[in-house]
Design a binder for this molecule. Sequence first.
Ligand code: ADP
Ligand code: ZN
Length: 214
Amino acid sequence: MRLILLGPPGAGKGTQAKRLKEKFNIPQVSTGDILRDAIKDKTELGNKAKEYMDEGRLVPDDIVVGLIKQRIVESDCKKGFILDGFPRNMAQAVQLSETLEKMSQNIDSVVEIEVNAKMLIDRLTGRMTCSSCGAMFHEKNHPPKVSGICDSCGSNDLYKRPDDNKETIMKRFEVYEQETAPLKGFYRKMGILKTTGGDGTLDDVFSRVCGLVT
Ligand code: ADP
Ligand code: ZN
């Protein structure tokens, strides 16, 4: 099964992708995570990407498309994958389609998670991630049981993403509306767009998403 998760920053794509990965035993391919790892490792790619990410702008297409092309030919992607944060504009979507066509593959479903703007800002400004295992928390809505300690793995390294500040969040929304939202029409025409609300508990959203893709 090959899936794309589509939705504005904070819609819960990453969280749902992690659950889908467990359920269907296929990898989550997140361009945001790949880029953040490169920044952490201080690679040339990371240094370049950081300038864009800190401002909430898209990293250039040649970089992210290159990353995706490399990633989806790895052996763990043979059974399928969940794309989270890619494609993010028309050029990326077209290049993805071309790449998959050459591999005689196709996307089964594009799941759009819809959330209202007010909720998104609240979610993003309070978001914390465990740097060891990737578990996600929220200062108010879903704090760790012991402050500063990850419930899942016990690490004390919970961090706030540098782009989760109000100014950069507003820029990311704007980029989403202008560049990413048009992909809905693109995939609707292909007959594979499926939309669900991102409201309710994580379990609610997950069961709706599963209902759409199976
Ligand atoms: P969110 O969806 O919450 O904004 P992501 O982790 O998906 O978070 O993306 C964070 C940042 O990484 C983006 O603002 C952008 O700068 C960069 N990025 C991630 N994926 C892409 C992509 N497909 N194309 C260009 N830039 C990307
Ligand atoms: Zn952890």
